[in-house]
Design a binder for this molecule. Structure first.
Ligand code: URP
Ligand code: ZN
Ligand code: ZN
Length: 475
């Protein structure tokens, strides 16, 4: 069935114009003025923006972590993502030392394939890089199209890898055309500070932030950038929270290094004082790295605007307050780290960014969609509105005023990190490869309709995939 989106204001990372978008077989076939209908279903987008669907480069769905499992799986998480205007997620596939990488990837396929309602890909965690892993890695990159590798520099004795592993991963990534992602915090020093705080009887959620100072994020970011320089490789720093880290990325980029950075909605609008909320409510705001002093928010917005940071990831990693966050009652180090953000990422960036004059409309599209598609080998299939691209489209009403709340959100979790936030704008309808997932603010998608995305290697030419190469078959 053909569709024709008429009279909207089409916005890409480069242009803003009034026009129509024609869709057939899941692909954008024509963009222009007064396009003819010819039996197509007409979708009226008058008064709305027509954006490319959001690409969220950082999610943790159905992930075991902190002694529990995230509250949102690939079904609830991607439904909430779609409500929020996101049509692609790239989730982190965790690996275990001593086990084949393929086994971990298979587990992630099992978690996702009958559940996702939008398209998805995986990043692969690297926790060790011995000869066995080194031998398997090229096959995973080639066969699975997993072209980004994640190294944790923190979470000692759980996920943390040592500097040698990071260095070897950067070398392998250079050779294979993969992008190395780091959680940049100095895990060894944090471990010492946490042990000391607990021994001194400091057990409240605020000590989570106080034992993970910004200097330790800046130090790890700088260390990773130097190792990237030494290996002539490429690096993407996830969830940048503070000036210390943003400035290290800026410095590396000024040197001409291929170093990129992501921040998250929570670091743009929340601050460290949230961890001081009474009745253990501060636990709702425990992320690693932690929320920072408020002045850092301005540095992050400016870094997005000037291009030092390129993307916004949700870092969706939801845990219920009741029964999950509560695992850390009496010991902040046992609070599962992470929060529910997948649904509000898009609107927070629009409302706090565009509406408040911090970023332009085109920059918004770049940050929410295009840059991630480019960095992670999906552009121009994803991340833009162009002839030949997937018809992943958000029809967004900028006039709506609403209040974010757990009472109205669609994430499978008992609180909203942005509870009470007054925002402007709302996705009205969302299409994934030409099919409505959200129609007039109602979910009309189907679990399992999301397709797994094999991604191009870092630096590969941005061409559309041949029809036969599109995962899941011919489109
Ligand atoms: O607190 C966070 N960020 N939880 C998710 C895991 C991670 O470090 O990204
Ligand atoms: Zn992390
Ligand atoms: Zn994360």
């Amino acid at each position: 069935m053909k569709k024709l989106i008429k009279n909207g204001t089409i916005v890409t990372a480069a242009d803003t114009f009034t026009g129509d978008v024609a869709i057939e077989n899941g692909i954008i076939t024509e963009i222009g003025l007064n396009l003819k209908a010819d039996g197509a279903e007409i979708i009226d987008a008058s008064g709305c923006y027509v954006f490319p669907g959001g690409v969220d480069p950082h999610t943790h769905l159905d992930m075991p972590f902190g002694g529990t499992v995230t509250a949102d799986d690939f079904e609830t998480g991607t439904i909430a993502a779609a409500y929020g205007g996101t049509t692609t997620v790239i989730d982190f596939c965790l690996t275990s030392k001593g086990l084949p990488l393929q086994q971990a990837v298979n587990t992630w396929h099992e978690k996702s394939q009958d559940k996702a309602v939008i398209d998805y890909g995986f990043h692969l965690m690297v926790s060790e890089l011995n000869d066995t892993v080194l031998a398997e890695l090229p096959q995973i990159i080639e066969n699975e199209g997993i072209t980004s590798l994640k190294v944790f520099m923190a979470y000692k004795n759980v996920l943390q890898a040592d500097d040698g592993t990071l260095f070897k991963t950067l070398q392998a990534a250079k050779q294979e055309g993969a992008l190395v992602m780091v959680h940049a915090e100095n895990g060894d020093v944090i471990d010492y500070l946490v042990t000391k705080a607990l021994a001194e009887g400091n057990t409240d959620p605020i000590y989570h932030a106080l034992t993970r100072p910004a200097e330790l994020e800046g130090e790890a970011t700088g260390r990773a950038a130097y190792l990237t320089e030494l290996t002539d490789s490429q690096l993407y720093v996830v969830h940048v929270t503070c000036a210390e880290a943003a400035w290290k990325i800026e410095e590396a980029r000024k040197k001409g290094l291929r170093v990129y950075g992501e921040t998250c909605p929570q670091y743009l609008v929340l601050d460290q004082t949230a961890l001081e909320k009474p009745n253990f409510e501060g636990a709702k705001y425990v992320w690693s790295p932690p929320l920072r002093e408020q002045w850092n928010q301005d540095v992050l917005w400016k870094s997005l605007w000037n291009g030092s940071l390129q993307t916004i990831g949700s870092d969706q990693c939801s845990f219920n307050f009741k029964g999950q966050k509560e695992l850390g009652l009496g010991d902040f180090s046992k609070i599962p780290n992470g929060g529910p953000t997948i649904e509000d990422r898009f609107t927070i960036l629009y409302s706090e960014g565009v509406e408040k004059g911090r970023i332009s409309l085109n920059k918004f599209v770049d940050i929410i969609s295009t840059s991630s598609a480019k960095l992670f080998g999906l552009f121009p299939q994803k991340g833009t509105i162009a002839v030949g691209s997937d018809a992943d489209i958000v029809i967004f009403d900028p006039a709506v005023q609403r209040t974010l709340s757990a009472e109205t959100h669609h994430m499978n979790v008992d609180y909203n990190a942005f509870e009470g936030f007054e925002v402007k704008g709302e996705p009205v309808s969302v299409l994934s490869r030409g099919d409505f997932v959200i129609r007039n603010k109602q979910f009309v998608g189907k679990p399992g309709s999301g397709k797994y995305l094999r991604r191009k290697r870092f630096g590969a030419a941005p061409v559309l995939p041949a029809k036969a190469e599109v995962s899941g078959g011919v489109v």
